[in-house]
Write a protein that binds this ligand. Structure first.
Ligand code: BGC
Length: 370
């Protein structure tokens, strides 16, 4: 195993708090919280590399954070079913302090749904990778049930996207995360989510496309790198679905002008650089699609971003979309978050996807030869 593989595990373990929460970045004050989105991918990566106890502690923390807010969930569902708008106290926040408390005194774009879908998906993966499907603690399953109800009631509402922007829009990536989460919840518990799963899939095919691929949000003509999630890991469509192939082609053409992948063309956060986790995500997609050379190339680019202390940053200031926006962000929040745990997690996911995919390919060739 490479140094970066070992360092990634160490950095993640070091940045997991005693409560089980993963800090998004230990060196970036604004990210001294645990996001359901980042945390769920980090837990998945830890399960993949055999650090199940770390993943278990995160899931325990996440389940407790949701259970403590069962009333909020019920209120949101009741309001949504009456067609009433949600106020600031009617929805779950997107990030929490290590002790599970909401961040106080700071305005944050909190109404985001994708992270809760991602948590349900990661919980399913935890059960699969630990072969523990029948012994997940009842408290986790209760929390998962609350979230499944919450997402079923709210999925069609506009909310902030996974980049915490565009609150008035409906985002295919968010819908995909909800889809992946509800599908995982069905497998875990036998709950019937078929009506919602079919409705999301049908909505995405009917309204979610632009220029032959998936769109950043409904009505947009732009592409966004998070759309990779529609195929990998949320499986709304297969990696070789024509809509997905066009989406990936657009990501390659429009969002990968250098070696790394941008979030979207008009992104100005820290000037809109190349994101490590997105490049690893594209590699993960390639690995699932059996495009080994391309996956390997993405892996090499990610590894080349390791700094002298073995850390992976959030984004690299290369081929910036909007160079004039870099300095103002640095003045506001400091240097780009480094290390970003989600970057390390996606790196571990890519390494594992390449290894597993190759092993499977070799064993099927061996079977054919014998
Ligand atoms: C990103 C989010 C992420 C958060 C913490 C934000 O800048 O847009 O996707 O969850 O940072 O890493």
């Amino acid at each position: 195993m490479t140094d970066l593989y070992r360092q990634s595990i160490e950095i993640i373990l070091r940045s997991q708090t005693a409560s089980g929460a993963y800090l998004a970045s230990p060196n970036f004050p604004t990210y001294h919280y645990c996001w359901f989105r980042d945390g769920s991918f980090i837990a998945y990566a830890m399960d993949l590399v055999g650090e199940h106890e770390s993943a278990r502690r995160f899931h325990q923390w996440a389940a407790a954070a949701v259970s403590a807010r069962a009333e909020v969930v019920e209120r949101a569902i009741a309001r949504a079913s009456r067609g009433e708008p949600l106020t600031g106290t009617d929805y779950l926040h997107t990030r929490y302090a290590p002790d599970g408390a909401e961040a106080v005194g700071v305005e944050w774009p909190n109404f985001q749904l994708d992270g809760f879908g991602t948590w349900l998906w990661a919980l399913g993966e935890h059960a699969r990778l630990t072969r523990d499907a029948h012994s997940l603690p009842p408290q986790w399953l209760r929390a998962a049930g609350h979230l499944a109800d919450y997402l079923t009631a709210l999925w069609a509402l506009p909310c902030y996207d996974c980049w915490e922007e565009f609150p008035d829009q409906v985002h295919p990536h968010t819908l995909a995360a909800i889809f992946g989460g509800l599908a995982a919840h069905s497998s875990l518990t036998g709950a019937d989510h078929d009506p919602t799963l079919s409705a999301i899939q049908e909505f995405l095919r009917r309204r979610g496309a632009a220029k032959g691929g998936f769109a950043k949000y409904i009505g947009s003509q732009e592409v966004d790198a998070s759309l990779l999630g529609l195929a990998v890991p949320y499986s709304v469509v297969a990696p070789d679905d024509p809509l997905m192939l066009t989406t990936v082609h657009r990501i390659e053409q429009e969002l990968r002008r250098g070696g790394g992948v941008h979030r979207y063309a008009a992104d100005t956060y820290y000037g809109g650089g190349e994101w490590v986790l997105l490049t690893a995500w594209l590699g993960w997609y390639y690995a699932q699609a059996g495009e080994w050379d391309k996956a390997q190339n993405a892996l090499r680019w990610v590894e080349a971003q390791t700094d002298s202390q073995g850390r992976l940053t959030e984004q690299v200031p290369a081929t910036l979309n909007a160079p004039a926006h870099y300095a103002p962000w640095r003045e506001r929040w400091g240097e780009v978050a480094n290390p970003l745990l989600w970057s390390h997690a996606k790196y571990l996911v890519l390494v594992t996807a390449l290894k597993t995919g190759r092993d499977l390919a070799v064993s099927s060739q061996t079977r054919l030869a014998s």
